[in-house]
Ligand binder design. Structure first.
Ligand code: B12
Ligand code: SF4
Length: 542
């Protein structure tokens, strides 16, 4: 499976390149081959993300019991060096470039220190080319990986990148990148940058210089790239065929919460189209479990992917990674379920979600992963007028194989209902529409199209913990709209929903018939403790 879609991280190939040439180096990537714990080695280095930590510690133990010292580095060890130190002999915090050679020298002299941490970030100039020759080339989709930048100009709360690299965004000299790319065999490569277009000037120069090499490449970029037509065009012309884009959420409130408001929900569809217009495949990163996600999020998100023909939806469960602002927040709110790092893998719920239970989130996520790679959904997403149809189908088939391993899920029972409760009802009868002024309904009739909205919008969120449906209404309500609203609300009532709160604050105009109907049906009652409760209701008598 890995062979079809995975490329190797540059971590160990980079370390190997930093190792003095008189030292023999071997790389074992446990994703593609077993570890030989009996191997004749003097020093072992292990790397790993948070979810790999328990396994990294086991590996360390396997070698340490033979008396072989173990060094650990990478995202997890750098975030929690004291924890890592309990399991290994030496911890490297942060980048290795400025400390690795010294560490090896200390090892030779028998004076290894417990921690190594560079004084600052390394220079991006003259970095040695990673030792790709040490990888089992046939075990990956490609081993042609190159890094052009480190860090990201943004600071999304859930992301480990800013925590690791601080607010820096560092670029390698374009000449050196081009030289490295030229040396690669074959015509496809992956730029493993976190955000290849973080510096527009640099990216433009890089893409321009790549053009004559006639390579095809894939990478990751933030949504901001889609707002620069010139840069997007250059990317495509320089051979970009696929981009991982962090869409994250279809809710602006969610995006604001995690410091990612630069992703503008109303521009998403246009942005996806712009990327497709350049024949670039989209791998969209989407997170479930953010604080404004309710049970409707799974289906809503999947349908968004289908409507926009996103080739490879990549769903993740929100995961508070140690070191990130999200982790601090969740920990201080007492919402972390445990610190079993192996489960911090983006596919297991490890915190208490706000609007649903852990179980609903997990099952809904499982459902979305499986459903996205059902044939039905694949067909909806892969038919494009653009080229590379077979690449699209083949990568979907590879993802489908992985999705099949996801445990059974189900669409939460309220999902369909919530879709209907998040809708727009058009206004039909404008005759006796009257305007709401502050707390009152004014006598004055309105001319539709001039002041009143010609729709009634429903924004609904279900809080599974409180078993309460919150419905915010916006726009204008005529008699037909009120009837439809009553029908829908009565339809949602089932044993799970114990309370419905209707918020009329953003309703600017009502017809008197609508008010009469809503009041007759009890939807304007403001008393607490009842099944229905209305807030911000209009002053009915004007
Ligand atoms: C490429 C990549 C991927 C690829 C993997 C490639 C593939 N196999 O197909 C894909 C897209 C699939 C991927 C997936 C995931 N990834 Co990823 N990925 C990266 C990325 C962008 C580059 C990794 C890389 O090669 N870096 C370049 C090397 C040179 O840097 P480095 O690894 O940091 O190593 C340096 C130092 O850390 C240190 N060092 C590291 N290890 C060691 C060991 C020793 C002994 C020493 C001395 C030093 C040392 O020295 C190196 C040189 O300075 C990183 C981000 C990043 N900037 O690193 C994220 C990153 C590693 N991924 C991350 C995450 C969370 C994931 C996922 C879990 C996402 C998810 N929720 O599903 C999955 C997990 C996949 C899996 N099962 O492993 C996080 C890890 C966070 C954490 N704290 O654990 C990172 C940091 C990105 C982020 N947004 O926060 N990933
Ligand atoms: S834009 Fe992407 S890489 Fe940058 S901080 Fe946000 S999530 Fe991380």
């Amino acid at each position: 499976m890995i062979k079809n879609i995975w490329f190797a991280h540059l971590t160990l190939t980079t370390l190997a390149a930093l190792t003095p040439p008189d030292i023999e180096v071997k790389i074992t990537d446990e994703n593609v081959e077993p570890i030989d714990f009996e191997e004749d080695v003097d020093l072992v280095g292990v790397t790993g993300m948070v979810m790999h930590a328990p396994r990294a510690y086991q590996i360390a133990q396997g070698f340490r019991q033979r008396g072989i010292p173990v060094v650990m580095g990478g995202p997890h060890a750098s975030s929690l060096p004291l924890e890592a130190k309990e399991h290994v002999d030496v911890v490297v915090i942060g980048e290795a470039e400025n400390v690795w050679e010294g560490l090896i020298e200390d090892f030779k002299n028998g004076c290894l220190k417990p921690f190594y941490k560079a004084d600052g970030f390394c220079s991006m100039e003259k970095l040695p080319f990673p030792r790709l020759d040490l990888l089992r080339k046939n075990e990956y989709m490609t081993i042609n990986c190159v890094q052009t930048t480190r860090g990201c100009p943004h600071q999304c709360d859930f992301c480990h990148v800013t925590h690791f690299f601080g607010k820096t965004y560092r670029c390698r000299p374009v000449d050196e990148v081009i030289e490295e790319v030229k040396r690669l065999e074959g015509d496809f490569l992956v730029f493993i940058d976190d955000n290849i277009a973080g510096n527009r000037r640099y990216a433009k120069e890089l893409f321009t210089r790549l053009k004559p090499l006639k390579k095809k490449w894939a990478s990751q970029a933030s949504m901001t790239l889609t707002r620069d037509p010139e840069l997007l065009k250059l990317a495509a012309e320089s051979g970009c065929v696929s981009l991982f884009i962090g869409v994250e959420s279809l809710s602006s409130e969610n995006l604001k919460d995690v410091n990612k408001a630069f992703n503008q929900v109303h521009q998403f569809e246009e942005a996806m189209k712009a990327v497709h217009d350049h024949d670039i495949m989209i791998v969209a990163g989407l997170i479930f479990g953010l604080d404004h996600d309710d049970e409707g999020v799974f289906e809503r998100t999947l349908r968004f992917c289908e409507r926009n023909r996103i080739e490879l939806p990549s769903f993740f469960l929100l995961t508070p990674l140690p070191g990130t602002p999200l982790f601090q927040r969740m920990e201080s709110e007492g919402r972390l379920l445990h610190k079993d790092w192996a489960q911090y893998n983006g596919a297991t719920v490890v915190f208490k979600p706000r609007l649903m239970t852990e179980e609903t989130l997990q099952r809904g996520f499982n459902w979305a992963c499986k459903e996205a790679y059902s044939w039905g959904s694949i067909f909806k997403r892969v038919f494009h007028p653009q080229q590379r149809f077979f690449t699209r189908v083949l990568s979907n088939v590879a993802y489908r194989r992985i999705a099949k391993r996801t445990p059974e899920g189900y669409l939460p029972s309220l999902s369909r209902i919530l879709q209907r409760m998040n809708d727009t009802i058009p206004l039909q009868n404008t005759r006796d529409l009257i305007q709401r002024v502050g707390e009152k309904i004014a006598e004055k009739k309105l001319l539709i199209g001039q002041k009143a909205a010609d729709t009634l919008k429903l924004y609904s969120i279900y809080n599974e913990r409180l078993k309460t449906l919150f419905v915010r209404l916006e726009g204008s309500i005529d008699r037909e709209g009120a009837k439809e609203l009553v029908k829908r609300l009565k339809g949602v009532l089932n044993v799970e929903i114990q309370k419905v709160i209707l918020d009329f604050k953003d309703v600017g105009a009502f017809s008197s018939e609508a008010i009469a109907l809503l009041s007759r049906k009890g939807l304007l009652q403001t008393e607490e403790g009842k099944l229905w409760m209305a807030v911000n209701t209009p002053g009915i008598n004007g």
